[in-house]
Design a protein around this ligand. Sequence first.
Ligand code: LUZ
Ligand code: MOS
Length: 761
Amino acid sequence: MIKHIDAASHTRGESQYIDDMWQPADLLHAAVYASPVAHGKIVSLDVKEALAVDGVVAVITAKDVPGKNAWGNIIQDDLVLAADHVHYVGEPVAIVVAKTPEIARKGVRKMRMEVKELPAILDAREAYAKGEIIGVPLTFTLGDIDSAWSKCDCIVEGSAETGAQEHVYLETQSARVVPLEGNTWRVYSSTQSPTAVQKTVALMLGIPFPQVEVEVKRLGGGFGGKEDQATQWACITALAAWKLKRPVQLVLSRAEDVRMTGKRHPYSSDFKMGLSKDGKILAYDVKMYQNAGATTDLSPAILYRSMFHATNAYFIPNVRAFAVSCRTNLLSNTAFRGFGGPQGMFVIESALAKAAEKLGVSKEQLQRKNMLKEGDTFPYRQKAKNARAERTWDEAVALYKVADIDKAVRAYNDTHFETKKGWAMMPICFGISFTTTFLNQASALVHVYTDGNISVTTNGVEMGQGINTNLTEIAARSLGVNPRRIKIESNNTKRTINMSPSAASACCDLNGNALLNATAQLLDRLTTFAAASLKLADKAKLSIVDEKLLYDGKETGWSWEKLVISGYLNRVDLTAHGFYGTPDIFFDVNTNQGDAFAYHVYGTAIVEVTVDCLRGIYDIDAVKIVHDAGSSVNQLILLGQVEGGLAQGLGWMTMEEIKFNEKGVLLSNALATYKVPDAYFMPDNLQVKFLDNVGNQPSPYGSKAVGEPPFMYGIGVFFAIRNAMKAFKPNHEFRFEGPMTPERVLMELHSELLPFKRQAL
Ligand code: LUZ
Ligand code: MOS
């Protein structure tokens, strides 16, 4: 097992991001002037003062776009630059290009725009009531919910709210565009989706796709924030470079990035759950209102994933799930780790908590009782295969001695007044595959050089998650060579094409399989040649182990280097292109049914907290996880993803709070007012156990995707805190509203003592 291959260069600060690349002497810098109002008609735009700033070279507006002023993955309703109207605070309106970034920003401050303000909608339910929706509302149904209610002994209803979340990737949105000869362009972009950037820039400039080359070395984090939204910044940079025929760079400052880019979608939901008196869920009805912000972006795809995960790891025979994407005058919300899944799961966990309270049982009893079993049907009609919800749950209960945790928490609460402990369990079930089926494809290009070293290009973008480390392992393992021989190249639209975004946790599955397809071709060619050369009867008996060519397990005397150079001299093609498309998945968007996922990832987390019920502050004491990762490619990478995903999920549910004022202006607009978890926030007691003895998956070496699923363990912290609060105030109806900030804990615990109403929050 190798370490993250970038570990040393990251630690030494030697890894290069866009702003670190050598700058050509004539590089210009762009800054963006954005709308200060949430909704309005542009009356006039005055650029004179900005142009007068010494060092400002140009101000570029929508009128300068030579081709299509549009971008977007699903519906191209996002504009590169606003034309007649502005739809949210932070919408790019003009580009100021100058000799330095500082001068460009000085120019931005001199821009003047007159806007006739129009009414702005900020709330999803209000948008829905006014018919402001994106795409069509979705409905998934299973069984017959209407006749199920009469069979229920217990019915609960309620609502649940979850908030937005800022990505806080370390590298802000960035691009550099360099003119090449003959109206061709090289675009360096910090994007999860090089092909989206290529196509959109080409359409914007009105040129064929091959005239735009997109090069991506690595990203300083993405988390979904660069799945779709990197495209806009690349387009803006390309427009400036095209207009001026000069290299241009745009690197957003943190403040600009936070104010101008979309976040996780807030959801407002209603639920109704019916159960038998022994705790079987018979019916679940959920309505989810997604706050999409001003444009389509990936909102409909995200809405779909909320639906796919609306019943989390439970089997419910009668389900009706409804979800609608609502257009508001806020930043256009976008992909974020989990992609709508966490929002859907929070609602059913809330319903379960409420049902448990009404039935007078623990939530854990209900969770376990209704857990998905082998062969159970999801509301989208896929059947659970290799279902491991119960297994991860039961292993977690036994391994971490849940009964003892419960006893200790009760004992603590009996003897403490102002601090209380709480614990909760959070099972997860997350579908792996892009729910847009055609995106489940990838390609790889492998060159073997005559010194025996190997260059690998795939469609997988390195954003810190470790795809290059996994690809190194996969290439080395499949070819039987030392990992040091493998060089993972940048992504470049001239080397591999039609790249799906590196997203949906599927990057390693798809690109790893494409790579295996390529290395299998190389091995076939090389062993065919070697068998002939060495006069061996059965080429299938040839293998390469530790860089030695073996026949039937015995040494042939040929090393990897000898094999390669001999192959070259005998004109064996030492380049292979590999491809992979996930087999057997389909989804019919007319019926909302199909086997949408290659498989599901399961796991269970136990979260323990202590809440200071006088001050509202809390500590996470422990998170203990049993996670199904298949048989991993690289355990270190895996663990990094589990811990990182968990941290982000905990942050979403606790301290990360996005606030706008009533004019749609972002208040939590800097890292001074928006907090993310740090090392101190994470529990000292963090344990992760990977399931042993797990059968094969359709992914490289039986590994399972890991990028997003662990995020949802974080939901457990909400219910752990809530349980501690219930210990302090037993008969109170606490709301289901994330994030559970210390402020909110205090408000909920002491609403009657406060001079202002809870609603004012
Ligand atoms: N992106 C996408 C995603 O286009 N489709 C998906 O299903 C998805 N899932 C998770 C993250 N990104
Ligand atoms: Mo994503 S939310 O970039 O898988």
